[in-house]
Write a protein that binds this ligand. Structure first.
Ligand code: UD1
Length: 360
């Protein structure tokens, strides 16, 4: 069976790696990896290939950054000839980034079977580009591989035939399980002078939080205030750094007590997540990783497409005016001992490969 995998942005790499590895292990698959180049900095891309053992991409489309429309269009233009030349039996896309939707559209137009990993998630907030990407990709996919029961339900309600939906669990947790020991062996805590359970780990990059001056300044003021009581480390996404710089917030941030870091590799990010007293984020992946690890998580967003991390996990939504008080409160919470959600068990890739092999 010929399978073409698509990755483009940072959160894709940890989802595709276990699937490719499982196909390799079973044999009988000819696999190609296409990197759209949506993320291109070493710290946003190459480091993950090295750490997760992803093969070098067979094709690098090199699209880079642009407006959403232009970036999506450019990926489609560059992906079409690749798909025509390789003629795979399946295209496998993961997650909800622009690369996911762009390549899903091309696969559907070319009549190539399409599997979507992490299907069915919904924030019901169409102001988020990811929500549009999820809606389009799920509508087009022949096989919708979901992480949780709420996702199945969203797809049923959207009229997707039951025969296309397979609950396989959370494949990102496969990568977490496989890498936790390596992450815990990293020297990053020592290098940063941090003690376990005594610091806050922050990542923020959503346009809502960082693209305008007022919200970003509000967030930085709250963090500076909390940082007087407890160390805060903030791994700064390139988009966020650019905005801090543009709004003149960088000098204050750099001299304040909040420790600004470059984007981290996978192992260092998991090491900090695992050891943090609390995580403050707007990422999708960190909501899930903290739930699995039982670490208190505050998500700075009005909604989440991953409600199971609230219902069964450690995640809570918050707002900018509440960040300071909520962080101060949750710092003292014990690590949760609840079991992870069903099928977040490190074996999702096996179920994904079973489903793709059967075609249903
Ligand atoms: C993208 C995804 C988002 C995901 C995030 C993870 C979409 C719509 N958004 O958001 O769902 O949570 O990735 O990181 O697909 N930049 C660099 N170097 C890079 C990549 C980006 O400097 O390697 C800068 C550029 O200024 C770019 C900006 O970051 O314009 C935004 O990049 P983009 O890929 O458009 O979106 P993200 O915010 O990274």
């Amino acid at each position: 069976m010929k399978v073409l995998h698509v990755v483009g942005a940072r959160p894709n790499f940890m989802k595709t790696a276990p699937i490719m590895r499982e196909m390799d292990r079973r044999g009988g698959f000819q696999q190609w990896l296409v990197h759209t180049g949506q993320h291109y900095d070493d710290g946003m891309s190459r480091v993950f290939f090295d750490e997760l053992g992803l093969p070098r991409p067979d094709e690098d489309l090199g699209v880079g950054s642009d407006s959403h429309t232009r970036q999506t269009a450019e990926i489609m233009l560059r992906f079409e000839p690749v798909l025509r030349a390789r003629k795979p039996d399946w295209v496998v896309v993961v997650g909800d980034v622009n690369s996911t939707m762009a390549c899903a559209l091309v696969a559907a137009k070319e009549g190539t079977r399409l599997a979507h990993v992490e299907a069915g998630l919904r924030s019901f907030d169409r102001a988020m580009p990811e929500e549009l990407n999820r809606l389009v990709t799920d509508t087009l996919a022949d096989l919708l591989l979901t992480p949780s029961a709420d996702a199945d339900e969203n797809l049923r309600r959207a009229g997707i035939p039951e025969s296309r939906i397979r609950r396989v669990g959370n494949v990102m947790i496969d990568t977490l399980c496989a890498n936790l020991e390596k992450a815990r062996a990293r020297p990053i805590l020592r290098q940063l002078g941090l003690l376990p359970r005594s610091f806050v780990y922050v990542t923020l990059h959503r346009p809502n939080n960082v693209d305008e001056r007022e919200p970003l300044a509000g967030i930085m003021a709250s963090l500076t205030s909390v940082a007087r009581k407890v160390p805060i480390v903030f791994a700064v996404h390139p988009r966020t750094r650019k905005k801090l710089d543009e709004f003149g917030l960088l000098p204050a941030a750099e001299t304040g007590a909040v420790r600004l870091l470059e984007p981290l590799g996978y192992h260092d990010s998991i090491a900090l997540t695992d050891a943090a007293a609390c995580v403050l984020t707007d990422s999708g992946g960190l909501q899930e990783e903290t739930t699995y690890l039982g670490v208190p998580c505050l998500t700075l967003r009005p909604n989440t497409e991953r409600p199971i991390t609230i219902a069964e996990g450690t995640n809570r939504l918050t707002t900018i005016p509440r960040v300071e008080v909520e962080l101060s409160r949750r710092l003292h919470e014990d690590r949760s001992q609840r079991p992870p959600p069903e099928l977040w068990d490190g074996h999702a890739a096996e179920r994904i490969v079973d489903a793709v092999t059967r075609g249903r």
